[in-house]
Design a protein around this ligand. Structure first.
Ligand SMILES: *[C@@H]1O[C@H](CO)[C@@H](O)[C@H](O)[C@H]1NC(C)=O
Ligand SMILES: *[C@@H]1O[C@H](CO)[C@@H](O)[C@H](O)[C@H]1NC(C)=O
Length: 127
């Protein structure tokens, strides 16, 4: 298999095993009527939570590193999470590029128990 496909395969495999653990660990469980929800994006109720902010800051920092940019994190404007062998965070992040305000949609994949985090995508959106 190509590495990409292989990665997807393992992701899928873990997807079947881990979501219950992941959702329990993050206190997201218990409101899904017993069924395990996979692949659905759920709005983040409180985007001012320090952890959500931390994910937003991580996304901007990581993007700056990867693209040699100098964006400054301003705030998380909006966010959703998805359970996938951990949690995917899809955040609208407000930044500043010098004086210019720019919004991005950042997707960060986090596996808290492994202290693993990765910026999966970072794309401009209308401010
Ligand atoms: C949202 O999170 C912040 C920081 O943890 C807290 O101060 C605030 O009370 C929370 N708001 C709600 C509506 O839960
Ligand atoms: C993180 O994601 C990037 C692509 O977005 C990839 O190149 C890199 O290998 C990933 N890092 C890890 C540790 O998975």
């Amino acid at each position: 298999m190509e590495p990409q496909k292989k990665h997807c395969f393992y992701l899928l495999l873990t997807l079947m095993i881990v979501p219950i653990y992941a959702s329990t660990a993050l206190g997201l469980g218990g409101k899904r009527g017993g069924g395990v929800l996979v692949g659905g994006w759920q709005p983040i109720k409180n985007i001012t939570e320090p952890h959500v902010k931390e994910i937003g800051e991580y996304a901007v920092k990581e993007y700056n590193k990867e693209s040699k940019s100098q964006l400054t994190f301003v705030s998380v404007v909006k966010g959703e999470t998805q359970v996938v062998a951990g949690i995917n965070y899809r955040l609208i992040v407000a930044t500043k590029d010098g004086a210019l305000a720019k919004n991005y949609q950042a997707v960060v994949w986090e596996k808290v128990w492994e202290q693993f985090r990765n910026l999966t995508s970072f794309t401009p959106v209308k401010a």
